[in-house]
Design a binder for this molecule. Structure first.
Ligand code: SF4
Length: 421
């Protein structure tokens, strides 16, 4: 039998067939084919004695035709069966929140404003990324944003709509974290997000995460401005540590900012925030594994949290024919990630109710190591830290006035214009 993390990794790599006994229209969250497309699968939970694991399993991609894993419904409960060895694993299919189909005061379906990815609320504030536009699009090759623009989401989201959805998600789905993403906005992503972050902190009271293409070093003041507005987390998706893979698969990022901008921004932000508050996001299963392990060493070495996606050849992306990664390699990566976090003292699993379904979280990967004395001592340490951190998190989950002002962008840009004159 596989342990929960091994099953999670297998399902990310192989996908899942759906048996006719399943009633997913009734029981499951709809498959949200938004943005890059990595969340384009079925949300599942694998229960475990250390923790329950959330995952978004591929169900539609071509490679799923060869999977041995099948989702079945028996006596009202869901099981994943493994045709290789006839193993059966109990899983939970999380239902769709009621608020998804309801409308905001301005008449927009709430699921078109934000959706749950695992247990957090993901919001793409404007449904576009400049890499997709121009005579020759230079989008990231694994991404399908260009194909999804305007299909599942509203093009520009009003702040009041976002606040309304976040309040419902907090009240009814127990959401504690709102993650904002912009795609590439010609260096204006942080400025675009600023009023949304301020509104969520002041009117809703959630932890907030920011994901934008990084700005240049002389623009790092923008991160300070976001911190003043209450940003709790920055993630930097540089995807590939090997510079050749970075340039080949991320031509827009290579042409506009370059890989080092990701490193400098991650280092700058992490240097100002508690250990593990920032993350470096990478994709495993495309570049050589040794490069992925180097990425994990680098990210944990600067005190940040590694967010490692298992590559998914999403339908409609330029990489849809690229093979899905091998289980044994991905298991090795995830175990390495867990051990690296432990060695670098990166806290795991401290924040309340934040389970990311698109990745194997470092905390999920603890199933991959022996439960020896050092494991047990580390678990104890994390439980104590979680208790201490709970005070801070309780404060952040209450609406509060923030010290920052979104006008700082206008002010700074005005000063820069004057300087140029
Ligand atoms: S930055 Fe890359 S991954 Fe993100 S939306 Fe744009 S093309 Fe897609």
């Amino acid at each position: 039998m596989l342990n929960p993390a091994e099953l999670q990794i297998e399902l990310f790599c192989r996908g899942l067939q759906i048996a006719p006994s399943c009633d997913l229209l009734q029981d499951a969250r709809h498959v949200a084919r938004t943005r890059a497309g990595l969340g384009s699968g079925l949300e599942l939970v694998i229960p475990g004695d250390l923790k329950d694991l959330w995952l978004n399993v591929p169900v539609e991609e071509d490679f799923v035709d060869d999977t041995p894993f099948v989702l079945e419904k028996r006596n009202g409960a869901y099981l994943v069966t493994d045709n290789k060895d006839k193993g059966a694993y109990q899983v939970v299919v999380p239902g769709e929140p009621k608020w998804y189909d309801e409308e905001t005061s301005s008449g927009i379906k709430m699921a078109q404003i934000g959706v749950l990815q695992g247990t957090y609320l993901g919001i793409y504030v404007s449904n576009s990324c400049m890499y997709w536009y121009g005579n020759e699009p230079n989008n990231c090759k694994f991404c399908t944003t260009g194909a999804n623009v305007g299909v599942n989401e509203v093009v520009e989201k009003a702040i009041d709509d976002v606040v309304e959805v976040a309040l419902r998600a907090k009240q009814e789905s127990g959401v504690t974290f709102c993650h904002f993403n912009t795609g590439y906005q010609n260096g204006r992503g942080l400025e675009q997000l600023a009023p949304y972050v301020k509104a969520i902190k002041e009117k809703v009271g959630l932890l907030t995460g920011i994901q934008c293409v990084p700005v240049s070093e002389k623009e790092h003041w923008q991160y300070d401005a976001m911190l003043d507005l209450g940003a709790d987390h920055f993630s930097f998706c540089y995807e590939f540590h090997n510079p050749e893979y970075f340039a080949k698969y991320l031509p827009g990022k290579e042409a506009t900012v370059g890989q080092t901008a990701f490193f400098r921004s991650l280092e700058y932000c992490q240097g100002k925030m508690p250990k593990g508050a920032c993350s470096g996001e990478i994709i495993a299963g495309v570049e050589p594994i040794e490069d992925t392990l180097r990425a994990i060493d680098y990210i944990t070495g600067v005190g940040a949290f590694p967010t490692v996606c298992i590559f998914r050849p999403v339908i409609g992306s330029d990489m849809e024919d690229h093979p899905s990664p091998e289980y044994t390699e991905m298991r090795r990566v995830m175990e390495y990630m867990y051990r690296a976090c432990r060695q670098a003292g990166i806290p795991m699993g401290l924040a309340p109710n934040i389970e990311v379904s698109l990745i194997v979280n470092p905390d999920d990967a603890k199933y991959l190591v022996p439960r020896d004395l050092s494991f047990k001592l580390h678990q104890l340490k994390m439980r104590l830290l979680k208790k201490l951190a709970a005070v801070k998190f309780r404060r952040e989950l209450r609406p509060r006035k923030v010290s920052g002002d979104t006008a700082v962008w206008k002010l700074r840009r005005g000063q820069e214009d004057q300087h140029h004159v």
